[in-house]
Design a protein around this ligand. Structure first.
Ligand code: KIV
Length: 263
């Protein structure tokens, strides 16, 4: 199989071919996901919760992210791998530059940062230095102490307009992909139409260009799964079938349906 690059994702957007992505943190799952057709993997800092058992993502370090990125790359040599820059690892330009290099050298194709306009210079600086950047707007888990918990974002007009403006500004800064988390379907639809880069939704309805789920949520391994996730393993019976079902339901806009979206 040929390696997946960013241009494949842009073609998906152009062709209106909806694509499925998933988080992966280790060799074994990365291999299974990739071999069964999920070629876009996120080494998310959600590993702070799913792997380390913490209450949030804030303690994850760049060393841990590099380690997991290396494991995932071993399992999925031809996948497109996005790795999260953990909390505070991009607080200054100097930190962003050194830490992004670590993730790219560990095997990531792209790094992801959470936040809005304050990231303009960071995104430009990294892009100019050959590091593709993915943005992340809406519910940004690294902001849990500002957002007062994990809640749907952009519910009123003022908040929604702010997110739209941020998305445009991040695209102008140079992001090549945008994750939209926990926002109403209507807002995700507007942003997806306005941007020329692909959007990937999680709890953002079925109008984004792609979908992503935390793997533990997709296979029923989470004790309190979020409303927007679906246990594909329960229906499919085994892991390969569950992966295929997820891919197919995303491709045909069956998932996420209304029950798994915010209106
Ligand atoms: O860390 C993560 O898993 C993420 C996804 C929720 C998109 O950022």
């Amino acid at each position: 199989m040929k390696s997946v690059y960013l241009n494949n994702l842009y073609k998906f957007k152009k062709d209106k071919h909806k694509f499925a992505a998933i988080t992966a943190y280790d060799y074994s799952f990365a291999k299974i996901f990739s071999e069964h057709g999920i070629k876009i993997l996120l080494v998310g800092d959600s590993l702070g919760m799913t792997i380390q058992g913490e209450l949030n993502t804030l303690k994850v370090t760049i060393k841990e992210m590099s380690y997991h990125t290396r494991c995932v790359r071993k399992g999925a040599p031809d996948a497109f791998i996005i790795a999260d820059m953990p909390f505070m690892s991009y607080a200054t330009l100097d930190k962003a530059y050194k830490n992004a290099a670590k993730l790219i050298q560990a095997g990531a194709n792209m790094i992801k940062v959470e936040g809005d306009n304050w990231l303009y210079d960071t995104i430009k600086m990294l892009t100019d230095r050959s590091v593709p950047v993915c943005g992340h707007l809406g519910l940004t888990p690294q902001y849990i102490n500002i957002l007062n918990g994990y809640k749907v974002q952009g519910k009123n007009n003022t908040d929604a307009n702010k997110i739209i403006k941020s998305a445009i500004s991040l695209e102008n800064a140079g992001i090549k992909l945008l994750v939209l988390e926990c926002i109403p379907v209507s807002l995700a639809t507007i942003i997806t139409k306005k941007l020329s880069i692909p959007t990937i939704g999680i709890g953002a309805g079925n109008k984004t260009d792609g979908q992503i789920l935390v793997m533990q949520d997709a296979f029923g391994l989470t004790y309190n799964p979020p409303k927007f996730s679906k246990n594909f393993l329960k229906q499919a019976g085994n892991l390969p079938n569950a992966i295929h079902m997820y891919i197919e339901e995303v491709k045909n806009s069956i998932f996420p349906d209304k029950i798994h979206s915010f209106i």
